[in-house]
Write a new protein. Structure first.
Length: 346
């Protein structure tokens, strides 16, 4: 009897142990992640999240089937429940709790792409920069309008826009507003090589002034980048001769109405520091964020004697350039006639 009892106890123990081992194995290695209930394969952990928030979102948003088994595995893994790492994580259908916990505690994110171009204002820039990031556009906007903050980078609240070079960049989703601007400053430093700085110095322009002029050149020639060095040379000629720049895009920027297609005399009397028909020299800031091509068009401008330009009447996007005002008037009348023919009056 004693022998039978011992054998029975051992068998029961083995069965219980086997069941517990199998149950533990299932918790750790059985598939628990499903993407059937969501259209987004990325899981986001916000910077203020605690472990309970992670569990809540994983379960409530349908990423995991069983939250208790996930919690149990997570608690067995050192330095995770008390060390949640914010970020954007790519999940795979059928991942086990072990794989999911390893991913989330590793902090290995998939970066997001931040692309910005065709930007005119600080508000537009802040919106485009943060479109795919955790930080809010208002955070970036406030920093760019903080005199002390932008002063650390050597800019003011207007020229700070010249820090940003339109392009596509990769960032981690949880990059802060401060880190974002810091990264842009690094890209700015990479662009402004000793060679480019020397070219700017030869033009007697600061780096920000090069960008301001490039923004005008880009606005005047937004279609054909091959003509930008010619346009740049024309404005450099005007600056050197002390002439007004008389750039229509600066008028439009100062007014703030970007629907204007034809600048009229009434527009040219608008009181604004960006009115280059009234104010000599460059405006206080850029009228858009110039591309690298536009910046280099200024630095590598074409030398010539042109001081006047007018859009070609064929609406090709190219310009007629002139050395004399009389020749310019000939081109201007042709273009104005075509504007009238096309009924473009404002």
């Amino acid at each position: 009897m004693i022998k039978k009892t011992i054998i029975s106890i051992l068998l029961i123990g083995a069965l219980v142990g086997g069941y517990m081992a199998y149950n533990m194995y299932q918790k750790v290695y059985q598939p628990n992640v499903t993407l059937e209930n969501t259209t987004d394969k990325y899981f986001y952990i916000y910077s203020n999240y605690e472990f309970s928030d992670v569990v809540h979102d994983l379960y409530e948003k349908g990423y995991i089937i069983n939250s208790e088994s996930f919690e149990w595995v997570a608690e067995q893994k050192a330095n995770f429940t008390n060390n949640v790492k914010p970020g954007r994580y790519l999940l795979e259908d059928g991942m086990s709790n072990n794989e999911l916990v390893n991913l989330l505690r590793s902090g290995e994110q998939v970066p997001v792409k931040v692309t910005f171009n065709n930007v005119r204002t600080t508000a537009q820039l802040a919106g485009k920069l943060t479109k795919n990031l955790e930080c809010d556009s208002s955070e970036v906007y406030d920093l760019l309008n903080d005199k002390e903050f932008v002063g650390k980078y050597g800019f003011n609240k207007i020229t700070i826009l010249t820090l940003f070079l339109p392009n596509s960049y990769e960032f981690y989703w949880n990059t802060s507003a401060e880190e974002l601007i810091g990264r842009m400053a690094d890209e700015y430093k990479k662009f402004w090589t000793d060679e480019r700085k020397a070219k700017a110095k030869k033009l007697n322009l600061s780096q920000s002034e090069v960008a301001i002029l490039a923004s005008i050149v880009q606005a005047e020639q937004s279609v054909h980048s091959d003509e930008r060095p010619i346009v740049a040379g024309l404005y450099i000629n005007r600056l050197r001769q002390g002439m007004l720049l008389q750039s229509d895009p600066t008028i439009i920027y100062g007014i703030g109405d970007f629907t204007i297609r034809r600048v009229l005399n009434k527009h040219k009397t608008h009181n604004s520091p960006y009115n280059t028909y009234m104010n000599k020299g460059l405006p206080p800031g850029p009228i858009n964020l110039p591309s690298i091509k536009s910046l280099d068009a200024v630095l590598d401008y074409q030398q010539h004697d042109y001081i006047y330009m007018c859009a070609k009447e064929d609406f090709s996007g190219y310009h007629n350039f002139a050395k004399t005002y009389n020749q310019h008037l000939v081109y201007a009348r042709k273009y104005q006639r075509e504007l009238n023919n096309r009924r473009i009056y404002n």
